[in-house]
Write a protein that binds this ligand. Structure first.
Ligand SMILES: Nc1ncnc2c1ncn2[C@@H]1O[C@H](COP(=O)(O)OP(=O)(O)OP(=O)(O)O)[C@@H](O)[C@H]1O
Ligand SMILES: [Mg+2]
Length: 269
């Protein structure tokens, strides 16, 4: 087992670091991270979104940002963290990895240490840090998730997304000893879809996955975001949904998610 896979929640940098992750790619993590950040900012939180999808970052694309300085420059000592932080249109701060950082798709101890150092240095200035991670269970993804106090797992109702979500939760439970994972079900069709899906996943986990203490990982249904054509439209225009279409069903769902996170997750950090 690699060093990265041995990381556990005991190494989580802070309770106010939330990882947004998924089993399958393309389920909406970056969209959720950016728009949740905007909604939490509207609620008065000081929010930073950190592009933790080091090899294949695309938060800059979604937010239409063109940073001159990125995390790569910070890691290589060419710039300070402050120089790399940019303000996004929604009023929150963003730290971008820079696209195509192929060297980061493999985790070295130096990269890991730098990542932790940068994250720690940022904590005093923010109420919440969202890590927009990559999909799946690669070393880079698991490492980024291990730094977070809470995991927000995005899945869609598609069977492939759910089997991949199951695989990811299993790894988080067994290797990182996660006791709970918060579920965001994106692109739902009917009200109640997400709660039902979370319940089904929980049943499978209860049957087949137990942690070393014998307690199965607990899934907490955080909320649903409906499939909504305005999401694609906003992404195509590279705008936040709250700016492009604030009254759309998906924008309202994200505002509700932010309320819930504020009231149930951040209250403890
Ligand atoms: N609620 C939604 N309704 C309709 N379309 C959506 C919704 N959420 C996401 N999408 C579509 O899915 C696309 C992919 O989303 P996004 O890039 O956020 O996924 P991701 O999980 O970050 O992908 P990756 O794994 O590559 O990082 C968006 O560009 C958008 O077109
Ligand atoms: Mg993404």
């Amino acid at each position: 087992m690699s060093e990265a896979l041995k990381t556990t929640p005991a190494e989580a940098v802070s309770a106010k670091v939330l990882a947004i992750t998924s089993g399958k790619g393309g389920v909406g993590k970056t969209f959720v991270a950016a728009n949740l950040a905007a909604a939490l900012t509207r609620r008065g939180q000081r929010v930073l979104v950190l592009d933790a999808d080091l090899g294949l970052a695309n938060l800059d694309v979604v937010l239409n940002l063109h940073p001159k300085v990125t995390l790569h420059d910070v890691f290589t000592g060419k710039a300070t963290v402050d120089e790399a932080i940019v303000k996004a249109p929604g009023g929150f701060s963003v730290l971008l990895a820079g696209s195509g950082m192929v060297e980061y798709s493999r985790l070295t101890p130096e990269v890991r240490d730098e990542f932790v150092r940068v994250l720690r240095s940022l904590l005093p200035r923010f109420d919440v840090v969202l890590l927009d991670t990559g999909a799946g269970i690669s070393d880079v993804v698991l490492f980024a998730v291990s730094l977070a106090g809470e995991v927000l797992l995005v899945a869609t109702p598609e069977p492939t997304s759910l089997t991949d979500a199951y695989a990811a939760i299993k790894v988080l439970s067994m290797q990182q000893k996660r006791r709970q994972v918060r579920m965001i079900i994106n692109q739902t069709v009917r009200p109640g879809d997400g709660r039902a899906i979370t319940g089904q996943l929980q049943q499978v986990l209860d049957r087949f996955v137990s942690t070393d203490t014998g307690r199965p990982v607990r899934l907490i249904h955080l909320g649903d975001i409906p499939a909504d054509p305005s999401v694609r439209d906003a992404v195509m225009r590279r705008q936040l949904l709250s700016i492009n279409n604030p009254n759309s069903a998906a924008a309202l769902a994200i505002a509700q998610l932010a309320n819930k996170i504020d009231e149930t997750v951040l209250i403890k950090s």
